[in-house]
Ligand binder design. Structure first.
Ligand code: GDP
Length: 194
């Protein structure tokens, strides 16, 4: 997959600001620090495009990344900051839920979990939410380079069991360090956008 141009279309604070393009959109969601920015940068073959590790408590926005004027990646702010107030969390929930449940352009959500650990409560809630609304999920298990290959199956089973993973969803083992899963990720995303 050869990307030529990427740019930020808009950081949207409300649905009024969503782009009026009819391009397909792939949203990306995960706990803060899961490796989401690194995943986006790896797919786009850029070093520092999606800013890494947004700070907690910052205004929560949906970032729409224009990919060659054909597709938007929609970067959903990371969840799981304990320090964020209840009010902030509610604001986060409102914007994201509205986007995920009403946006016609949305084709699938890349849901990222850290392959090293059991999914967190928020990871499980996110997956349940997506299944409830029948939104296609591409599950990406990040930081695979930190786990010995012989243990990959074990970690995959633990994650799938905790999520009650639907076997019709895609599950991709990924590393932005050694690019494990990069081709598969693009292949799966392309299936959703054509
Ligand atoms: P985000 O907060 O979800 O956007 O996460 P980042 O992409 O900023 O990554 C969080 C931390 O995890 C950083 O220190 C990254 O260097 C590290 N990280 C991200 N992806 C990988 C990976 O594939 N392998 C390893 N070993 N570390 C990673």
């Amino acid at each position: 997959f050869n990307i030529h141009n990427v740019s930020l279309t808009i950081s949207a604070a409300s649905s009024k600001q969503y782009p009026d393009t009819d391009w397909p959109e792939i949203a990306l969601a995960g706990r803060s620090n899961v490796g989401k920015s690194s995943f986006i940068n790896t797919l786009l073959n850029r070093k520092n495009f999606a800013r890494t590790s947004g700070r907690p408590g910052k205004t929560q926005l949906l970032n729409f990344f224009n990919i060659d004027d054909t597709l938007h990646f929609v970067d959903v702010p990371g969840y799981g900051y304990a320090r964020v107030s209840k009010k902030e969390r509610e604001k986060w929930g409102g914007l994201i839920e509205e986007y995920l449940t009403t946006r016609p352009n949305l084709r699938a959500v890349v849901s990222l979990v850290d392959m090293r650990h059991e999914p967190s409560t928020e990871d499980i809630q996110m997956y349940e939410f997506l299944k409830y609304y029948e939104i296609p999920v591409i599950l990406v298990a990040t930081k695979a380079d930190k786990i010995k290959r012989g243990k990959w199956n074990k970690h995959e089973s633990v994650i799938k069991k905790a999520l009650q993973f639907d076997s019709t969803d895609d599950f991709i083992i990924f590393s932005s360090f050694d690019k494990t899963g990069l081709d598969e990720a693009w292949r799966v995303i392309e299936e959703f956008i054509d």
